[in-house]
Design a protein around this ligand. Structure first.
Ligand code: 8Y4
Length: 259
């Protein structure tokens, strides 16, 4: 899964068209590098980030989804927590909902069920604004697993087909570096919940902390974590660097093909 950020500060200081245009070019690049799906988000969920207004989020994502749909059949996931954005994105051609709130906000669970598309349910402790202030767990793996089991049950109850559910431990979302490492080490356990597992580790702070490097120098650290996650059974990797990750994962796959 290749990541496209549509927040203006991450791409340009120009207007809306400029931002959408650059995001579209980036999408074309990710597709050419071998992405199997593309994640589009219009609301920053970085630590400390503030919510974005509905109209702004729609403006950032919907024209981009339409533009990608005109050139490719690649599945598009919409990273949003607003049911209005879910509806508009699916109408525009998105086919997966990525919810860092695990569909806990407003009517998002029932709307996702109604839209009848695959959903990614992610664990987060707290809210994006405050989650990194004091992350605390008794047993991070057990608690994240219990949370995801409960959200799978809620989604199935709401009418979402179990085959359409993807879970994600939510690396960096209300977790210290030690919590993140414990979750990664135990990633294989999440498969016991019986649905596909997504891991988002690319360029994250844990890499920066361990390597003492800024976000633009975290490629090798990201590739190392992508290989580990793949070997531990992750089905989908959410990454910024699609081409390099595709090579790294092709090597993991080769290992899986020999006795
Ligand atoms: C540099 C670049 C440093 C990006 C940090 C970041 C996940 C996610 C995000 C994830 C799922 C991010 C929307 C955070 N992470 N969705 N979204 N899983 N399902 N930070 O791990 O990429 S945004």
């Amino acid at each position: 899964m290749g990541v496209i950020n549509t927040t203006p500060d991450s791409f340009s200081d120009g207007g809306r068209f400029d931002t959408t245009d650059k995001a579209f070019e980036h999408a074309q690049r990710l597709i050419s590098e071998g992405a199997d799906l593309i994640d589009i988000g219009g609301e920053s969920t970085r630590p400390g980030s503030q919510p974005v207004a509905l109209e702004e989020e729609l403006d950032r994502t919907i024209p981009l989804i339409r533009a990608i749909r005109e050139i490719s059949d690649i599945p598009i996931s919409i990273d949003t927590n607003k049911s209005e954005v879910m509806r508009a994105a699916v109408a525009a051609g998105a086919s997966i909902i990525n919810s860092v709130w695990a569909l806990r906000l407003d009517d998002s669970l029932s709307v996702a069920a109604e839209l009848d598309v695959p959903v990614c349910l992610m664990h987060m402790q707290g809210t994006p604004a405050t989650m990194q202030q004091n992350p605390a767990y008794q047993d991070v793996v057990a608690e994240v697993k219990d949370f995801l089991a409960a959200r799978i049950a809620a989604a199935v109850d709401a009418g979402i087909d179990i085959e359409k559910i993807i879970i994600d431990p939510g690396f960096g979302f209300g977790k210290t570096i030690e919590h993140n490492l414990l979750l990664l080490k135990s990633l294989a356990e999440f498969r016991e919940l019986g649905v596909r597992v997504l891991a988002g580790l690319s360029r994250k702070k844990m890499i920066g902390t361990i390597l003492d490097k800024p976000a633009d120098q975290r490629l090798y650290g990201s590739l190392s974590l992508a290989v580990m996650a793949a070997m531990l059974g992750a089905d989908i990797l959410r990454v910024h660097d699609v081409g390099p990750t595709a090579d790294a994962i092709a090597m993991v796959r080769a290992l899986g093909k020999v006795a």
